[in-house]
Design a protein around this ligand. Sequence first.
Ligand SMILES: Nc1ncnc2c1ncn2[C@@H]1O[C@H](COP(=O)(O)OP(=O)(O)OP(=O)(O)O)[C@@H](O)[C@H]1O
Ligand SMILES: [Zn+2]
Ligand SMILES: [Zn+2]
Length: 936
Amino acid sequence: MEVESFVSKTLDLLQEEREAEIEETRLWQENISLKDLQSKGVCLLKLQIGSQSTGLYGRSLIVLEPRRHMGVSILPSNNFGPGDIVGVYDLDGCKPSSQVCTGVVTRASQSAITVACEDPPDRLNLDTELYNLLKLANDVTYKRMKKALTTLNGYSSGPASDLISVLFGYSEPSCNSQPSELSFLNTGLDSSQREAVSFALSQREVAVIHGPPGTGKTTTVVEIILQAVKQGLKVLCCAGSNVAVDNLVERLAKAKARVLRLGHPARLLESIQKHSLDAVLAHSDNASIIADIRRDMDKAFMGMKKQRDKGEKIHLKREVSELRKELRTREAAAITEVLKRADVVLATNTGANDTGPLKSLPADHFDWVVIDECAQALESSCWIPLLRARKCILAGDYKQLPPTIKSQTAASKGLSVSLMERLVQNRGDSVVRMLTVQYRMNRDIMTWASDHMYQGKLTAHGSVEKHLLRDLPGVASVEETCTPLLLIDTAGCGLNETEATDEQSKGNPGEVDIVELHIKALTEAGVKSKDIAVIAPYNLQVDLLRQRLSTRHPDLEIKSVDGFQGREKEAVVLTLVRSNRKGEVGFLAEDRRINVAVTRARRHLAVVCDTKTVTTHAFLKTLVDHMTQHGDVRTAFEYLQDIVPQNYTRDHRGTKANCAKVEPGNKKASGGKGSQRGDPQNGSGVTLFLFSALIATGTSDQVERFLQDQDQAELRFPSTLNSHDRLLVHQVAEELGLNHESQGEGKDRFIVVSRPPAEPHQAREDPQPLQPAAGLEEERNSPDPPGGLFSQSAVDLKRHQTQMAKQAKAKACEIVAAAMPDDDFDSLIAAVVKAERVCSFVKCKTSVVHLGQLCSFCNRQYCLGHHIPEVHGCGDLAKANARMRISKEGVLYAGSGLKDKSVDPNRKAYLHRKLDSRLKDMEKQRKTKPKEKETN
Ligand SMILES: Nc1ncnc2c1ncn2[C@@H]1O[C@H](COP(=O)(O)OP(=O)(O)OP(=O)(O)O)[C@@H](O)[C@H]1O
Ligand SMILES: [Zn+2]
Ligand SMILES: [Zn+2]
């Protein structure tokens, strides 16, 4: 691409982006919805001032925290970070009139944001007032980028001529004649790192270091810089973010390089501040002279104020202005001297502009410019430092997330393409060296990323290849700590995402439940919560997770994927949130986002997701497939028994208590309970559907035999079943009232289904509370019905059930016979599933997916209008039950008890008719189909 067309196109796109940003700010200021802004992470509402103090260089440091009396001390998920320019507003909103002050974020934790203000505000009230905090668009950055682009366009001669020519394809990259044998300062470098270093040294104009996650990119960049310093070269080293720059300062300073860090000291890490220009200046030889001049100036000022004589006054004024001139030259000289003495000058890309300290250096002062995290920066921002270089070294990973851009159109027209990505596209391998040994992930975690993002080129270093959580000190060997990959599949469990209009605000409370249980398992095994990260792609989910987990685990980091780029943790729990029937995955469809999320994990990656939804996306499918093949797979069913097969809005024994018992890993608890859940072989529509689907998994004979032969005590399913089939087995067993438990470890895990110990009629005489609240309410108000009703219905029911059981088996076989060879099997299943998603009251079509109640007598879901037993036909059973309890124990029970699977015969008959007609339809279709084909 020509420089000219690049510059004009990029200027347009920047303008577009700037307008999008201004528009966004305008919306904020018009206060359209601060709540929405908060959910986008750019605004924090109703904060109180935790403390106010004077920080470095006389700046006022304000710590903003959530309101204490709210009980939570955790901030909502947000995108505030060190270096951000922010406005503090009073609660009138975020209008200019209500702005209290502006400042720079110096620290951002989960519980507080620290802001350094230039204009110490007197208006701040520490005790009672609340404030809003808003990220401000900062047009300084734009101005600098535009200026750099304009300079690039008119660049005719200067140090960067050759470099520009190569980066825009006017000339080919060249390299120096082979230098003498390199002696590496860091002797521990692996061969790909050594290759990258010597390549970078020998290239004349440009070298790209592609560093996939954990491959020691910084280690390599540091070695390159130190080698340059050894050769007596001057290096300007930049990155997009302050954090990345500080990281390099730290590493280079440790290696005893003479470093100087430019930038607003408030934005620098504390440990870095001693390397800042301000701090170095304060300790330079010129410092005392400058201080003397300042003192003289102060004295002259004082004199001016006191002096009455006009002539004297003019004289003093002249003196002050001379002193000021002297001060300026002295300061500039001091800065230049400090800058020249440094071997490596470090700044953010935009901090390397030539209106700042760098203006006092000659244009060709630097030999090399190194840009780290180049793939996360706008190319325009890279041109600010690049114009000063003869040669550049770009390091980064363009397979991770690109720079964040507000304007969708600007992004789609190419503004988000980084210089690194553009170069790799245009020049390919000729300018790139890739680091291929990674020092972070267990091999099983790495392989997926390697295969699908890095052409299979990565290998795991021996020190991490097999490392697991259980190898950490104090961590016990349990199933969760011995597996690098764990997929917890919520498919078919009805754990839907929340409906929301905004793409950013998606949540999934069911996945939050599962994450909580998994965190519990990990921490109980001894994994420290500071070693665990919970990552979600959506801010809303991050908030739900924080509300649930942060109080108990203050050290647990819960962040969005974007907020975790560049970081790592021993264990990562990833919730993908999306679960919907349409198979929509929204912005999970950005492959690089998933790559970043997965590759944060060192020893353990757990993914909680609805495989049915997410595998509609080909790339996500590769992850699910990889985890299924190489990791442990569980279904959400094993965590939350009570939500299967759908969300039960009311569980009679309390979901929470169950969750605690049904700990993953403790499989004894997870079986067994089904046995108390009512009568075996109850032939509901769901059972038929599941049963037939199960037969489709190829275990039909066994299941058939087991169901018919009462003497066969248990049925074992092979460990080869995939997660979906395993879910089916659990569901079917549950529906049939059979015990079901997972046995064995890891990949050898299999399910054993067995009959519960026979205890006929016991359930009804069970002394446990059995009565749902609604029925009880009714009972109190109704007159005593004639005695004996209860036992009568029990007998009826028993008879009915036996009959149903027979029908169920016959029907299942029929379904299979009819459906198996036909692709319409799916549509039958869909029909039955649909039947189960609406209220079970005969004519009612209300959905019960989100709001519904389970009747404990007929075990069906009803809408809120039909869930009371009396309304849909279970009234007699409910009364009988209540009476029995009361007469037996003489107490009224609160609404809780066992789930009872007796059947509403009307509903059953209805569903069977429905199935029958479905089957007939299908048969017809099958017969007519071939004909259709012929006629076509
Ligand atoms: N040659 C090596 N031998 C042993 N360990 C190494 C080597 N190179 C890097 N590491 C280790 O790998 C980890 C990451 O290295 P480093 O900090 O250089 O990479 P980074 O740039 O921060 O990460 P990334 O490569 O993910 O961008 C560090 O713990 C470092 O000690
Ligand atoms: Zn209804
Ligand atoms: Zn009922």
